[in-house]
Design a protein around this ligand. Structure first.
Ligand SMILES: Cc1cc2nc3c(=O)[nH]c(=O)nc-3n(C[C@H](O)[C@H](O)[C@H](O)COP(=O)(O)OP(=O)(O)OC[C@H]3O[C@@H](n4cnc5c(N)ncnc54)[C@H](O)[C@@H]3O)c2cc1C
Length: 493
């Protein structure tokens, strides 16, 4: 039989959908992430019916076949039109957008069963949970169960900008990010999955003297640590990113070795390789409590049953505070929504990821030409809301046109959001807290994706008895109580 096209935008055929289902993806959002189906400009309008029918034919629970999560704007809107809106007149916080809801869970009998016991239970199948599972398994600890309340890539790890930079301002973060970059470069060869690693560099723009001084301090540190960061004047920056408005910044810093990856295949790569070594991943399985006995977690309670365990790792990202509380542990994390968007495809012109310091703006161009960019909002309240707002579009458009005025006619085609997992010093929370066998692996604000590959290596070494690396010790959960918060590094957005 000939090839039957299901998604014309992304060139996905029925055979690819069948393969995704054979690989264990049993709901529409997972099949979307495994194949690319429904991620093009029509946002699934043309492929939804055919894909749903095929999934049902293959035995997927019809109750789990809700339409793709709607992503505004309803139709493409030029950045220039959005910049004309006054963000301060637009609703903010929870009033700005309806919360995103988790799609229905497939019927339990269609999901793989939950084991009664596992040596290590990891709560959260984001980049940290999966990278740790892989690193444990390759060290010989394969009796690992990873649980997630949603589909694979439901959390921030499936929603982020994929930026990976070594340009940090403390030696600790430079060391971790540098090792992650090395792992990103080798990921495709080692894991057999193309993560579209694009080493176009990061270009930081400093709009005032204070930010110039920050770049100068960073560049001096980077030179000491052997990074190739270069300070550039506006003319030099234009040679790296030609359409920038040189009057919008005083100086720039550029490291050609930084880059961007595509997050979905990264997660799938870790999940697939860990699974091949025996790690069990159970999506649509929500952890609802812990049974603590003799100062240790004896069983992890879920909405699909209980699992006996030796060790539990809380890798629940922005939900980590909630999950810690289930064991009576208080952590200082705060979930804060962060929004992001993609434009229509343009001819390639932007190699590096560009960020305007102080504004929270960042912008990069994917291999297929879309601009992907985000912007933090200081007015964003704490909360797990993941809806999308018009206020963000207006703020983003104004900030982006400030550095690249020529983008006014470029249309935004899709926006979405995830939650940052914010801590008081912007440093992660790493180590046991509360019950002796309850580890915390979270608190990576807006830079967890790029830190995870390196952190997971160190963490797996520790859990496998190879000693606790000094970089982990400095981010111990009790540092706030001891008055030993780490020096703050700089986060974008
Ligand atoms: C819009 C956006 C852009 C970003 N851009 C970048 C970037 O360019 N570079 C970068 O390095 N970082 C970026 N980040 C940050 C990065 O995405 C995160 O730091 C990282 O993904 C966190 O990974 P995680 O595994 O800790 O959390 P998550 O990926 O959120 O995973 C946690 C998982 O835990 C699950 N969970 C929660 N509660 C339960 C429960 N009770 N039971 C079972 N499962 C549960 C959730 O469903 C979720 O899947 C960005 C974040 C956002 C939101």
């Amino acid at each position: 039989m000939g090839r039957i096209l299901a998604c014309a935008c992304e060139d996905v055929d029925l055979a690819e959908i069948r393969r995704a289902v054979e690989d264990g993806h049993r709901d529409l959002e997972s099949v979307k992430r495994a194949t690319g189906l429904g991620t093009g400009p029509c946002q699934g309008k043309s492929c939804l019916a055919l894909a749903a029918r095929e999934l049902q034919r293959l035995g997927v629970d019809p109750g789990a076949l809700s339409p793709f999560t709607a992503r505004p704007p309803r139709e493409p809107v030029p950045l220039g039109a959005l910049a004309a809106l006054d963000p301060e007149l637009l609703p903010r916080g929870d009033r700005a957008a309806p919360p995103e809801i988790l799609p229905p869970r497939p019927a339990p009998e269609t999901l793989p069963s939950l084991p009664a016991r596992a040596e290590v239970v990891i709560v959260g199948a984001g980049i940290f949970g999966l990278a740790l599972a892989w690193e444990l398994a390759r060290r010989g600890t394969t009796d690992v169960l990873v649980l997630d309340q949603g589909y694979l890539a439901y959390g921030a790890s499936g929603r982020n900008g994929g930026g990976v930079r070594a340009q940090w301002s403390t030696p600790a973060f430079v060391a971790l990010a540098r090792r992650s970059l090395e792992l990103c470069r080798g990921f495709a060869a080692e894991m057999g999955v193309n993560v579209w690693f694009r080493p176009g560099g990061y270009l930081f723009l400093a709009p005032d003297r204070e930010q110039v001084a920050r770049l100068e301090r960073n560049a001096a540190l980077h030179a000491r640590l052997g990074l190739r960061t270069r300070l550039l004047d506006p003319a030099g920056a234009l040679r790296v990113a030609p359409r920038l408005d040189p009057s919008s910044f005083l100086a720039a810093a550029y490291n050609p070795d930084d880059g961007v990856v595509f997050p979905w295949p990264f997660l799938q790569g870790y999940a697939g390789r860990a699974g091949a070594l025996g790690v069990r991943l159970r999506t649509f399985t929500r952890v609802t409590g812990f049974e603590v006995s003799g100062g240790r977690i004896a069983r992890v309670l879920t909405d699909r049953g209980a699992v006996r365990c030796e060790l539990v790792v809380n890798a629940a990202g922005a939900w980590s505070k909630e999950v810690a509380a289930l064991a009576g542990v208080a952590v200082p994390n705060r979930p804060v929504r962060h929004e992001i968007l993609a434009t229509e495809s343009l001819a390639p012109w932007l190699d590096p990821l560009v960020s305007l310091l102080g504004s929270g703006l960042y912008l990069s161009q994917t291999q297929r030409g879309e601009l992907v960019g985000g912007l933090g909002d200081p007015a964003e309240p704490e909360g797990l809301a993941m809806g999308s707002s018009l206020r963000f579009l207006a703020r983003f458009a104004r900030a982006a046109l400030r550095i690249v005025p020529g983008l006014a006619a470029v249309k935004v085609v899709r926006q979405w959001a995830g939650c940052y997992d914010v801590t008081p010093d912007n440093g992660p929370i790493l180590g046991p807290a509360g019950p002796a066998n309850f580890h915390q692996l979270h608190g990576f604000v807006g830079h967890g994706f790029m830190m995870a590959p390196a952190v997971a290596e160190l963490y797996a070494d520790w859990l496998c008895g190879r000693g606790r690396h000094e970089l982990l010790a400095r981010f111990a959960p009790d540092r706030f109580a001891r008055g030993a918060a780490v020096p703050e590094d700089f986060v974008i957005g």
